[in-house]
Write a protein that binds this ligand. Structure first.
Ligand code: HEM
Length: 461
């Protein structure tokens, strides 16, 4: 089998580049090898890196049996557990998706709107004029509470606070690029005691597990605690043989949603806050749109604002939170773009490279929300949430949350960036987050007498 051309440097160096300077390496490979090339990372078989829209459409619309994804995500098992949706394939995957998708759509999704705004307002009410804060920390705190409300039904109280604390500690482990390599190199995942990096992570995970398992037991013992949250739905679910989900399955899906659902949205929100303040004309247009809705707008009306929507889309285009969709592993011989591939071949759909194709997005390194008002992109030209049978189940929820959180923060406070230079993306776990978390300063409370203006940081006194 002849594979597409690709970088010839040592697989160990390729994986180090992927961890430390992923965007630079991707851009260089696209320039040299085009939109289908072979990457070789040590510890993995050859990966077909694809950013060709027709090729992506062929994969996303193929029969779900032709590709597996779950078995390619074994490296996530230490974080989300062996029975997580992300690690499943075939019938088991379909069954779990059916169960987990409805709470994130339709009336149930709209029902969370007021609570998302309320959680955001509570956080913003703690600010004082002149105070500085990290946008990434604030959006992480908000999105963690939002997802805890969705999954558990609560976001306050002693247990919720403990869970917040441990999850934050678990996630900050990946803040350093060196620690991020633990996620990619299984050989490093050794527990050498409480002081070793992996040992610390394992102990944090045990503390989180204690809280999740005790919540599961409390709910099983007290059916009156059941509510409109996802844990309640999962506890009530039965498979074809009438069996309920096991404690481990419940724990793994909760962990999956808590992780997939807050780290990603928090990063996207921090980027959006950055762009809105780095480009004051963009922020001003959003404020004008919001002002037209009047005081105390309905969350659904906020979610329909076209320019705010374009800002969120452009935020997810320029630095997609996930650089790649989940791996697609071929189950049968197959042809694509003139190559014949054998079963076992792994395709890595590169969302970042697709979103930076100059033929689709002229001046791809420019943040320009207007491009989403000027033309419509197909689901194979723009895919921040992946696609096909593995498309993110939280896509609609994440976009709704982004718009409501941004609208609430911007209507409560006038903010500014607290550092002058442009912000670069760095790896944070499996996501690409803004370096230094976007330091910001609280200027003043917004009131009707305040001008709805945005100022460039360099022009601030
Ligand atoms: C801005 C926020 C988010 C982004 C950018 C994002 C992105 C993605 C991407 C790229 C995938 C892989 C799709 C594929 O391979 O085709 C994915 C999968 C997934 N996402 Fe998200 N996501 C976000 C928020 C959320 C939220 C809020 C939840 C849940 C509450 C969630 C839950 C999941 C799950 C469970 C999967 C695995 C689906 C499967 O394997 O079938 N995500 N997400």
């Amino acid at each position: 089998m002849t594979l597409p051309d690709g970088p010839q440097i040592l697989p160990l160096l390729q994986i180090m580049q992927t961890v430390v300077q992923p965007l630079e390496a991707l851009d260089a490979n696209f320039q040299k090898y085009g939109d289908l090339y072979t990457a070789r990372l040590s510890g993995f078989g050859p990966l077909m890196v694809l950013s060709n829209p027709d090729g992506i459409e062929t994969i996303m619309t193929a029969s779900p049996d032709l590709f597996d994804s779950g078995r390619g995500n074994g490296m996530l098992a230490p974080f989300v557990g062996e029975t997580s949706l992300i690690l499943l394939d075939g019938k088991a995957h379909q069954r779990q998706r059916k169960l987990l998708t409805p709470p994130f759509h339709g009336d149930r999704l709209r029902g969370y709107g007021q609570e998302i705004c309320q959680i955001t307002r509570q956080m913003a009410d703690l600010w004082q004029p002149g105070q500085t804060f990290s946008a990434r920390q604030v959006t992480q705190a908000i999105s963690l509470r939002v997802i805890m409300r969705t999954v558990f039904g609560v976001h306050t109280g002693e247990k919720a606070e403990r869970l917040c604390h441990h999850l934050n500690a678990f996630l900050t482990f990946f803040d350093r690029p060196l620690n991020a390599s633990f996620a990619f190199i299984p050989a490093l995942q050794k527990d050498w005691g409480a002081l070793s990096p992996w040992g610390r992570l394992v102990r944090k995970r045990a503390q989180i597990d204690d809280i999740l398992y005790s919540e599961i037991q409390a709910r099983r013992a007290n059916p009156e605690l059941q509510g409109d949250d996802i844990l309640s739905l999962m506890l009530a679910a039965r498979d074809e043989t009438g069996e309920p989900m096991s404690d481990q399955e419940l724990r793994d899906e909760m962990m999956t949603l808590l992780f997939a659902g807050h780290e990603t949205t928090a990063t996207a929100l921090a980027w959006a806050l950055y762009w809105l303040h780095w480009l004051p004309e963009v922020g001003a247009k959003v404020m004008t749109e919001l002002a037209e809705l009047g005081a105390d707008p309905d969350p659904v009306d906020i979610s329909r604002l076209p320019y705010l929507n374009a800002v969120c889309q452009e935020t997810l285009r320029i630095y997609p939170v996930a650089l790649f969709a989940l791996a697609r592993i071929l189950n049968a011989p197959w042809n694509l773009m003139g190559y014949e591939f054998e079963p076992g071949t792994q395709f890595s759909i590169c969302i970042y490279l697709l979103h930076h194709r100059p033929d689709l997005y002229p001046d791809p390194k420019q943040f320009r929300p207007e491009r989403f008002l000027e033309r419509q992109f197909s689901p194979y030209e723009y895919l921040p949430f992946g696609g096909g049978n593995r498309r993110c189940i939280g896509a609609a929820f994440a976009l709704y949350e982004m718009k409501l959180v941004l609208a609430t923060l911007l209507s409560c406070w006038q903010l500014q960036l607290a550092s002058n230079g442009p912000t670069k993306p760095i790896r944070r776990g499996v996501t690409m987050a803004p370096a230094k978390g976007v330091p910001m300063r609280v200027v003043n409370r917004r009131s009707s007498s305040l001008p709805l203006s945005f100022k460039h940081p360099e022009r601030m006194p």
